[in-house]
Design a protein around this ligand. Sequence first.
Ligand code: ZN
Length: 138
Amino acid sequence: MNIDSIHNGVVIDHISAGRGMRLYELLGLGELDVSVAIIKNVVSKKMGKKDIIKIDADLPVDFDLIGYVDPGATVNIIRDGKLVEKLDIDMPERLVGVIKCKNPRCITSTEQELEHVFKLTDRKNKVYRCVYCETKAP
Ligand code: ZN
């Protein structure tokens, strides 16, 4: 695909350099049958360097997940080759079913049907903790 001209899709811009790959993995983009481009270390006036992810498909993206990985990112929605929406992302207060608690003694590891919930406990340092056992999110 031509990475400059997405017809219908999503462009995640202003990702802190180096976080693009993590976001790609957490969003599960590798498992989807769509064209995705990760552009790393793009020179940016504002940020020095940044990563960009371009998804050539009109699919719903998980804003909470993006906000968790990189609250400074912006999401551009492209339709018919035009930018129709530009969204600023913020850190979500709660992450439900996005990341999993890694504590083997956490109730979520024995109660499989329990939803994994993390709460933002420290906005400044971007710390999320499991609501059940208070383990820090990775
Ligand atoms: Zn836990």
